[in-house]
Ligand binder design. Structure first.
Ligand code: ADP
Length: 182
């Protein structure tokens, strides 16, 4: 299932599926601060992409919460993997919202530095890190939509959701932007 919206001449797409199968210039990983690998999206990306990605992660060594680093994409159908570190949910009063939007913004900046045209995000933070999906979706959608409206190399941003419930939560947030469905 796929839904697409336009923001000026940029596109924002919602997709139900597995991010490792998505053809985009960059796919974003929900990494931890040690870039040490884990379950969820991270496990799937390293399994599908092969050991080169983890080798590069080891060389980089780590990434602070609220930031992101780029590596190659190994066997994945992408040019780069951007490893973003979302905050762990601690109840909402520990700067989580700012750290989550910072993580998305850093991914978008890195994509622009690499002059990429498309990027695919998972729902950062809302799995093992426990960020409530309705709140995370609002932050994710607003941060990415603002960036698409602000002069970027990106023509297309995709949110790849892993459940139809998550997809409908993200769709509701996109609906609040007042964009037009394509
Ligand atoms: P975090 O630790 O940042 O919470 P997780 O990987 O645990 O990251 O989960 C983030 C989101 O990614 C969850 O909604 C989870 O269901 C989803 N997810 C897990 N595997 C995949 C996949 N292969 N493709 C897309 N999304 C996935």
């Amino acid at each position: 299932m796929e839904t697409e919206f336009t923001i000026g001449d940029r596109r924002l797409r919602l997709l139900l599926g597995d991010i490792t199968e998505v053809h985009a210039d960059a796919i974003v990983n929900a990494a931890n601060a040690h870039l040490a690998g884990g379950g969820g999206v991270d496990g799937a990306i390293h399994r599908a992409g092969g050991p080169e990605i983890m080798e590069e992660c080891r060389q980089i060594g780590g990434c602070p919460t609220g930031s992101a680093v780029a590596t190659g994409a190994g066997r994945l159908p992408a040019k780069a993997v951007i490893h973003a570190v979302a905050p762990r949910w601690r109840g909402g009063a520990a700067g989580e919202a700012r750290l989550l939007s910072d993580a998305y913004r850093r991914c978008l900046q890195l994509a622009d530095e690499m002059k990429l045209a498309s990027i695919a995000f998972p729902s950062l933070g809302t799995g093992a890190y426990g960020y409530p999906v309705a709140e995370a979706a609002g932050i994710a959608v607003r941060t990415v939509a603002d960036h698409l409206a602000s002069g970027t190399s990106l023509r297309l941003a995709i949110f790849v959701l892993f459940s139809s419930r998550d997809l409908s939560v993200y769709a509701e947030e996109v609906g609040r932007l007042g964009t037009s469905a394509a």
